[in-house]
Design a binder for this molecule. Sequence first.
Ligand code: DGL
Length: 271
Amino acid sequence: MNDAPIGMFDSGIGGLTVMKAVMKRLPHESICYFGDNARGPYGPRDIAEIRRFALEIAAFLEGLGVKLIVIACNSATSAGLLEVQRTCKVPVLGVVEPGARGAVQATHNRRIGVIGTVATVHSRAYLRAIHALDAGAKVHSRACPTLVDFVERGEIEGPHIEGELDRYLAPLTRREVDTLVLGCTHYPLIREVIGKVAGEDVSLISSDWEVAREVEENLVRMGYLRSPKPPVYRFMCSGDIEQAIALGRLFLGPEVEKVEKVELPLRVKGS
Ligand code: DGL
């Protein structure tokens, strides 16, 4: 048993879709969530800069005594998972590999589409992760830079977002992808409209459930599951608290009651 919390972070509140899946699967686990909303979105930023942020946040969470870290952001996973794993003492999981595995298991024609932020798509992390599992799979990726803004405005349905998705997805459906990876932790919130535009023959894969399964596997293997008692959830952000609470409730639910502001640059406890 290990009663320490799990640490999770994202460029803002998108990673709460992953937290929700972990809360459902592992209802006794406590979680410390950090949303870097002062510097997010990460998608348009430079890969080296995102990697630096990921290293800083992981060190901060480790300093809080977490037992495992989940990088609940595709852009940060793509930019820095390996470096964060190298520098942390606790295990670190990302969201790309689980999504890639889900897609390879779901496809019938081995044509996989990937949508995500500019940083995620340019890093080619999904291409590498899918090809590590099936080198013959055809991967078609498309950066969708405006989708995060739609979600954060709460505009998760209607003709405007459908038109935008139509423009993004047309080149992928033309290539007959039968599986589409939602390569951004914001996208599970617009799953319905993505499915409507992609068509019912296209399987949608998001990593939230896959990540939750992987977290459980890791904790069981290490003997680190928490004793069965009510969990403690702690929410922290680097920017606007009111916005984090409002969007946090939309993404996760009423559990987001209080959000603590943590000033940047993050200080690592004990150093
Ligand atoms: N949640 C982030 C991701 O999964 C998207 C938002 C951002 O651009 O930072 O990539």
